[in-house]
Design a protein around this ligand. Structure first.
Ligand SMILES: [Zn+2]
Length: 83
């Protein structure tokens, strides 16, 4: 397991980012999730759509996170949850 020292934050994008899960853009003005930590490979951080993170959390098994190749899109961005 990686050691996560950071806490999840939800912030509003000021510049364009790329979601680690679906590899599509997070546009300025959108809310997105941010997570950072340190593991054996060093410091890491990730940015993602909240709904993508929720999708991964509900469908991935613990081992999936470890084996996942973050270079490719994991899945298509789920439909945004309507309020
Ligand atoms: Zn996404």
């Amino acid at each position: 397991m990686s050691t996560c020292i950071g806490i999840d934050r939800t912030v509003t994008a000021r510049t364009k980012h790329e979601c680690v899960y679906c590899k599509t853009s997070i546009f300025p003005g959108e809310k997105y999730g941010k997570r950072a930590g340190v593991d054996l490979c060093g410091f890491w951080s990730m940015e993602f759509h909240p709904e993508c993170d929720a999708h991964a959390n509900t469908t991935w098994k613990p081992g999936d996170w470890y084996d996942h190749d973050w270079a490719d899109a994991a899945f298509e961005r789920p439909k945004q949850l309507t309020k």
